[in-house]
Structure formats: C-alpha cells, structure tokens
Design a binder for this molecule. Structure first.
Ligand code: NDP
Length: 286
C-alpha cells in the first residue's frame, strides 16, 4: 500500500492564505486590523521559538501582533494584572500566554483570568465547556482543532470510523477525542494505564498519538490503511521526532503526518483562525 504523507505545512499555508484574504477584505471595508497579544514569561528556548513562529504567522496573515516579555521571576499578581489590562483593551482581539509558566505561577489562575472571548488558545473553562457540549460557541483548542482540520482537508472521513487517541491530556488527547466524537467517530482513549494498547491501536482506522515519547508507536501496531496523526514533538539527538516511528509505518498506513511538518504548523494556523473568529465576533462581523 502506498502511504500518503499528509503535508501539514501546505495545508496550514492554505488556511493562512484564506485568512489573509479575509483580513484584506474586512480592512478594505473599514474594519480595524485584527490583533493578537502574546505574553512570554522567561526565556525558555522552545517557548521563544513557538512565540516567534506565532508572530511570523500573524505577519503572513496580516494580523497585528504584540509580544509582551516578562521576566521569569514575575509575580502572579503582575501577570494577572497584565492579562486584565489586555482583556479591557478593545484593540486586542486575542490573548495567548505561552506555556509552560514558571513554578511560582498558578497556570489555571492565568488561563481563567483571560476573557473567554479573547481566549484564542481555547483553554478557558467556558471554551472547554462549549467544545464539550458542541454548542458552536467559543474556541476549539488549536492542536486538536488542527488534527480535525488536517483529516478533513486530506479527505479522510471521520464519520463511522474507529478512532483511537493515545494520550488524555487536557491540552491535546481529551479535546481531540471529544472533537472526533462530534464528527461521529467511534472513539477509544488510551493512556498510561491502558492494558492492551497495541491491540486497541491495531483496530484504529484513525490513530491520533499524543504522548510525548519518541517513536513509541510503530508499524506493527497499526491497521493496514489507517490514518496516523502524530502529535508528538520530541527533541532527540537526531533532531525533532514524533511519537510514531514513521519509517516503520510506510507501506502500512494509508496516510501519516510527518514530524516536523504535520500537526505543528496546523496548531499555529488554527491559532490564526481562532484570532480571526475572535476579531469577527468582537466587531460584530457575521
Ligand atoms: P502530556 O504529558 O500532558 O500527556 C501525555 C499523555 O500521554 C498522558 O495522558 C499520558 O497518560 C499518556 N501516556 C504517557 N505515556 C504513555 C504510555 N506509555 N502509554 C500510553 N499513554 C501514555 O502531553 P501533551 O498531551 O501535552 O503532549 C503530548 C505530545 O504532543 C508531546 O510530545 C508534546 O510535545 C506534543 N504537542 C505537540 C503540539 C503540536 O503543536 N504539534 C502541541 C502540544 C503538544 P496518563 O494520563 O495516564 O499519564
């Protein structure tokens, strides 16, 4: 079987182009430029790279971006005060606080302080609630949203399929499972206590892996023709690798995402999409 490589970079580019046209069109009608504010605390190199890529994506789409740098020793009160200031600023459509945060900061307090209408990461409990009940309001978290978008834009039907999600984090695994369920997949969630992981993965038409362990899933654990979505990003001596051993899946999987160049670029594209949604809602644009 020929395995199709799902080109997340290309699909993300298509989304950015669609959004760029939208920004241009709305600004031509007299609407203000959309704006995303990104708070980066400390100088973790991986976080700096993620933020840089988000700022670059804003530039490509035509979204104004603002980077707010805070010292790693910043107090929780100062950080929350900054978020409240951005909540009140009508020129700011989306707010993102880059995770992880230093130990002295209560991450949950930070997320819950962001105005849900500006929470373009989709982590606020109101947005999580909206996603879970599927009421169509609020923002879908970017990485799981990107997984669904990748499947759809690659022509992979979710409806009626056996979907297996390996990983149950609040940021990736759980929301990915909820979104697959809303697309009428039959969903199984696996985690570190799952007894017969290989057997369950072998039954998956769509396998989403988000555990954070380099090359944990290999070709012997997947079904012939399966769509394999590798969310993992692991820094190894050999560079960035996913949670799936892609090479061993070639010729077995029907389609697979590479790492890098699969889910990663989609996460940022979905952030741009959420920022545009926030902007449209805040400007009463249908
Ligand atoms: P977490 O560490 O929060 O969660 C990992 C999950 O994997 C947990 O649910 C854990 O189970 C499960 N797990 C760990 N080991 C095993 C195992 N041996 N068998 C089965 N399940 C296991 O990670 P995240 O969800 O935040 O991230 C997962 C990966 O995705 C990471 O590599 C991360 O870098 C990447 N990522 C990529 C993004 C992108 O844009 N491409 C964005 C966000 C994350 P349990 O709950 O039982 O502990």
């Amino acid at each position: 079987m020929e395995t199709k490589i799902i080109d997340g970079k290309q699909i993300a580019k298509e989304i950015r182009i669609e959004l760029k046209h939208k920004v241009k069109e709305l600004m031509a009608q007299g609407y203000p430029q959309p704006k995303l504010s990104v708070i980066l605390v400390g100088n973790d190199p991986a976080s700096e790279t993620y933020v840089r890529n988000k700022i670059k994506a804003c530039e490509k789409v035509g979204i104004e971006s603002e980077q707010i740098l805070m010292d790693a020793s910043v107090s929780q009160e100062t950080l929350l005060a900054e978020i409240r200031r951005l909540n009140e600023d009508p020129s700011v459509n989306g707010i993102l606080v880059q995770l992880p945060l230093p130990k002295q900061i209560d991450v949950d307090a930070v997320i819950q302080t962001i105005d849900p209408a500006k929470d373009v990461d989709g982590f606020h409990i109101e947005n999580v609630g909206s996603m879970t009940v599927g009421d169509g309001r609020g923002y879908i978290p970017c990485t799981p949203g990107g997984v669904i978008e990748l499947l759809k834009r690659s022509g992979i039907t979710i409806d009626g399929k056996q979907c297996v999600v390996v990983g149950r984090s609040n940021l990736v695994g759980k929301p990915a499972a909820i979104l697959l369920l809303q697309e009428n997949g039959t969903v199984t969630i696996c985690h570190s206590h799952t007894k017969n992981l290989t057997e369950i993965c072998q039954g998956a038409d769509i396998l989403v892996v988000a555990i954070g362990r380099a090359h944990f899933i290999n070709g012997s654990q997947i079904k012939e023709g399966a769509a394999v979505i590798d969310v993992g990003i692991n820094r190894t001596d050999a560079g960035l690798v996913g949670d799936v051993d892609t090479a061993s899946c070639m010729g077995i999987a029907g389609a697979i995402t590479p790492v890098p160049g699969g889910v990663g670029p989609m996460t940022i594209a979905m952030l741009m999409k959420n920022t545009m949604e926030a902007y449209q809602v805040q400007n009463h644009i249908a």
